[in-house]
Design a protein around this ligand. Structure first.
Ligand code: NAD
Length: 249
């Protein structure tokens, strides 16, 4: 099977009712990013951080996957689909995607504040001040904050490097190192981008679908299905897309 790698950001979940960070009405308008999304914020006021993420966890669990998430999950019938997401929600998994790499962590998990490898699935439970890991340190959200390493980056790079098609959905490509993944797409592999307000300064070789995630993924799949897409790997061109029937969410 050919490999489609999908890089998603906050816009992927916007139609599920989860606010992005940078759009108007985005979360940053209400909260100071350094207070709630940086390691300094955690050292300064862990109680505020815990309340912020306890609230986010409740919100995401009340939301449902949208048509974009569902279509990407169905695409696994015809392709090896790898989702690399900057999102901390679990909507890709709940839509049925089986291969999801979270770059920035997951809200349904907690981790030790001294040992990053001690990770606990907590589902919808809150994390309280005073709750400790088995090594006796405060539990914290399993989130990669500004000022911290992105441990999944190496695996993400390897995945992108072997993509037959890369599709980027709903990210302003402002947050590094995630935004740099785009540059690891193999030479000759088509790159698509779905976003109603695409970031400026994109390479002309990127195919842009200026639509929201639901409609955009539908159009992307339709074009993959009907346009004879080819990958030029330097030694010549190969077909990427086999014939397959229409995919419904
Ligand atoms: P961002 O807020 O910087 O950018 C969001 C992008 O989504 C914008 O380019 C916007 O035009 C686009 N967008 C808006 N509505 C859309 C729609 N309906 N369909 C498709 N695209 C749409 O988000 P980012 O680049 O992901 O970076 C912000 C950071 O904050 C990331 O780490 C992200 O994971 C995190 N975050 C996560 C969630 C979540 O887990 N759902 C929500 C907010 C922020």
């Amino acid at each position: 099977m050919k490999k489609i790698v999908v890089l998603t950001g906050a816009g992927m979940s916007a139609e599920s009712g989860i606010r992005t960070f940078r759009d108007s009405n985005g979360l940053w308008e209400e909260f100071d990013v350094m207070e709630v999304a940086s390691i300094e914020g955690w050292y300064k006021n862990p109680g505020l951080m815990l309340r912020f993420y306890n609230e986010r966890r409740k919100q995401i669990l009340a939301c449902e996957p949208n048509m974009g998430h569902l279509l990407l999950a169905r695409l696994e019938t015809n392709f090896e689909v790898h989702i690399i997401t900057q999102n901390i929600d679990n909507l890709h998994e709940r839509a049925g995607s089986t291969n999801v790499l979270h770059l920035h962590g997951e809200l349904i998990k907690a981790r030790s504040s001294v040992d990053p490898l001690l990770i606990y699935t907590i589902g919808n439970k809150e994390i309280q001040l005073g709750e400790k890991c088995e090594k006796g340190s405060q539990l914290r959200p399993f989130i990669v904050w500004f000022g911290e390493e992105v441990p999944a980056m190496e695996a993400a790079i390897q995945t992108v490097e072997s993509a037959d098609i890369l599709c980027i959905i709903g990210t302003s490509l402002n947050v590094y190192p995630a935004a740099g993944l785009l540059h690891y797409a193999p030479y000759g592999s088509p790159v698509w981008l779905i976003d109603p307000n695409p970031p400026s300064g994109l390479s002309k070789s990127i195919h842009v679908i200026a639509k929201g995630a639901g409609e955009g993924v539908e159009e992307f799949i339709e074009r993959v299905r009907t346009e004879k897409m080819r990958r030029n790997d330097g030694d010549g061109e190969t077909d990427i897309c086999m014939e397959f029937g229409k995919i419904n969410p």
